[in-house]
Write a protein that binds this ligand. Structure first.
Ligand code: ASP
Ligand code: MG
Length: 407
């Protein structure tokens, strides 16, 4: 006979397991919310602050080290939390078992500290579910083909959870966190920000890659690819939060759905590069090989050669300069601009409406805010501005696009 059990993947962030007391409360909630015929599979992050503590330890030894040892160190935080949560569940009379990535077979590539999941073996989990055992899975980590421990990038437990849901064939994944929803802007920057009840995968992917830290961007990409609806909600309140769903499920789209910012950006300006597309392709290939995600690029040809400017995450600025020097040892000018931020607006509604970019720039112009680099896509407009203008820009744009008003 076919089993009637459905599987519900639930991920709990660092604050949900931040103390022993919270872990006990969480175990009690999981027990209280058990439903017949629904088997929970849990994914857990490290206890709040733990991963930062580990990063700081390694930075004392070498601020620029990346490699297998760094990932092994960072992955240790999750080992503690899965073990403690399992013990708390067992103490309440439930059957539970903690798992690290290598015990399940969460296989990744070998791009340390930003590894990508390639395959998940679900045999062990499905057997546990059949036996009435609750699997408690360490988020954020994987194992590569050489048996080394890898990590998926900061915030990567979300990705473990959604990838696991996809591998199991679950249609949904719940992400429990310390905020109740995705907001129209970061409320610490824009106090008028409102909760967004529902938004599309595509919008959430843009927001996450443009700086919103609420969901790991890979988790949303996997959700979109495998049709796993993501429900982001609070650990501390028993109510619904934000649903990230296929675009077709949303009837009315506002012009702009949300505003995002990235306070830790750097811009590299290079001059003069050898003429031709070949030098660009050499540079960006080398950066990609180093694992640097280049964001906004502008290029222009001048009499003395090409001018190029591009933005990268601040953490990648040092590596990027190294790559540039390697590819162009003769290059005269490399300027690194720090203290810049990116502010972006996102919304599928702007696809069929002209004038969004015009409002964006006129709003910044009215506030006398200079724009350094710009990029747009069908559903976003982004600008690099000086960080000292960030708050003012965010508030002005949030108001200009009426994000503070219920629609
Ligand atoms: N513990 C990891 C981090 O702090 C992964 C996560 O929380 O999702 O980045
Ligand atoms: Mg997170």
């Amino acid at each position: 006979m076919k089993s009637q059990t459905s599987i519900s993947v639930k991920k709990f962030g660092g604050t949900s397991v931040g103390t022993v007391e919270r872990i006990q409360n969480l175990a009690a909630r999981i027990k209280r919310e058990l439903k017949p015929g629904v088997a929970p599979v849990l994914v857990v992050s490290a206890m709040a602050g733990e991963t930062n503590r580990l990063v700081a330890l390694s930075r004392q030894i070498d601020p620029n080290y990346t490699g297998a040892a760094y990932d092994m160190l960072l992955a240790s935080g999750e080992q503690v939390s899965v073990a403690l949560l399992s013990m708390a569940l067992i103490k309440l009379g439930l059957k539970a078992k903690p798992y690290l990535a290598h015990q399940l077979g969460i296989i990744t590539d070998s791009m340390y500290s930003k590894a990508r999941i390639q395959k998940i073996n679900t045999d062990v989990i499905l057997k546990d579910v059949a036996d009435g055992v609750i699997p408690v899975v360490a988020g954020f980590q994987g194992v590569d083909e050489f048996g080394e421990i890898t990590t998926l990038g900061r915030g990567g437990s979300d990705t473990t959870a959604v990838a696991l849901a996809a591998a199991i064939g679950a249609g949904e994944c719940e992400i429990y966190t310390d905020v109740p929803a995705v907001y129209t802007a970061d409320p610490r920057l824009v106090p008028e920000a409102r909760e967004i009840p529902k938004l599309s995968f595509e919008e959430m992917i843009e927001m996450a890659s443009l700086g919103s830290k609420v969901l790991h961007v890979r988790s949303v990409e996997i959700g979109a690819k495998y049709n796993v609806r993501i429900h982001l909600r609070s650990t501390f309140e028993e109510r619904e939060g934000t649903w990230v769903v296929p675009e077709g499920e949303i009837m009315e789209n506002p012009l702009v759905t949300g505003l995002t910012h990235e306070a830790t950006t750097s811009v590299l300006k290079l001059f003069p590069l050898p003429p031709g597309t070949k030098s660009l392709s050499q540079l960006f290939e080398a950066l990609a090989q180093r694992g640097v995600v280049v964001d906004i690029i502008t290029q222009s040809d001048g009499e003395q050669g090409q001018r190029l400017a591009f933005s990268v995450p601040k953490d990648d600025a040092v590596h990027s300069v190294e790559v540039v020097k390697k590819v162009f040892p003769e290059l005269k000018n490399i300027e690194v601009m720090d203290g810049v931020s990116k502010v972006s607006i996102v919304g599928v509604g702007m696809r069929n409406h002209p004038g969004v970019a015009a409002t964006f720039f006129s709003t910044l112009a009215k506030a006398n805010i200079a724009v350094h680099l710009v990029t747009t896509s069908e559903i976003k407009v982004s600008a690099i501005i000086e960080s000292r203008h960030l708050e003012q820009a965010a508030k002005a744009l949030h108001a200009a696009f009426e994000l503070d008003q219920a629609n």
